[in-house]
Design a protein around this ligand. Sequence first.
Ligand code: NDP
Length: 259
Amino acid sequence: MRFTDKTVVITGGNRGIGFAMAERFANEGAKLIVASVEEQVHEAAETLRQAGAEAHGVICDVTNAEQVRELYATATERFGGVDISIQNAGIITIAKVEDLQEREWDATMAVNTKGVFLCCQEAIRRMRKQGRGGSLINTASGQARDGFIYTPHYAASKFGVVGLTQSLAKEVALDGITVNAICPGIIRTKMWDYNDRVWGKMLGDYGPGELMESWVQNIPMKRAGEGKDVAGLVAFLASEDAAYITGQTINVDGGLIMS
Ligand code: NDP
């Protein structure tokens, strides 16, 4: 119960990796604000409440600064502030360079990089006012280490997350706020279903699940990750045990990328 009396905000918290994080924090006593663009976020909050947690769902598009302000205002009104903020919302598309649309570039940057920044900005503003420190964790990707084929926009957006993490970590270190990034590898979620389908067709006419299985063979641990694998790292980074860790980017990928 490391997070009793702590409030955690998780964007993209209604499903996939974000929901696995929410469950982990809920199991360790935290109060949860889960955010996403779809109505489904309320169902996710209800599931967390049924499991005994204090949880509230907020519809928030992380690319919209006003909605982001309201998200953190809700955390303050409902649960008295924010102690841990996890910038996890993300999108991906896959296209050959000449087919990649300008709007795909802009949308990916807006969610994956600007959205992370806007949430960090508002969380920091509130954490500084609260005066009790805090922890920010930004979801980057293995593509923040090694850009994969047909996703230059996604890779650029995730490298951007690492840069803003380092810069912010330096600025808020003396406020007792840590800022770190994580790089998940191949994690079984809806996003990977899309990757498997589209990359699979582009890279060699793989059937459903076959591309994932072939990439898994490159993972030293020979298995794809689950949301709970990522949640374990995030819970550590948000805990007192990680109080002296900031500005770092940590892979959670079964050894796929070693850097
Ligand atoms: P999913 O596609 O399952 O979930 C994405 C989440 O982001 C959803 O909750 C979605 O909300 C939310 N989201 C998308 N756009 C916005 C927006 N504009 N504002 C608020 N929320 C938004 O993905 P994963 O769980 O797999 O991925 C989570 C994070 O992990 C992402 O940042 C992704 O890039 C990263 N990642 C994932 C990997 C993987 O293998 N799965 C590998 C490396 C990194 P809604 O449901 O309402 O649309």
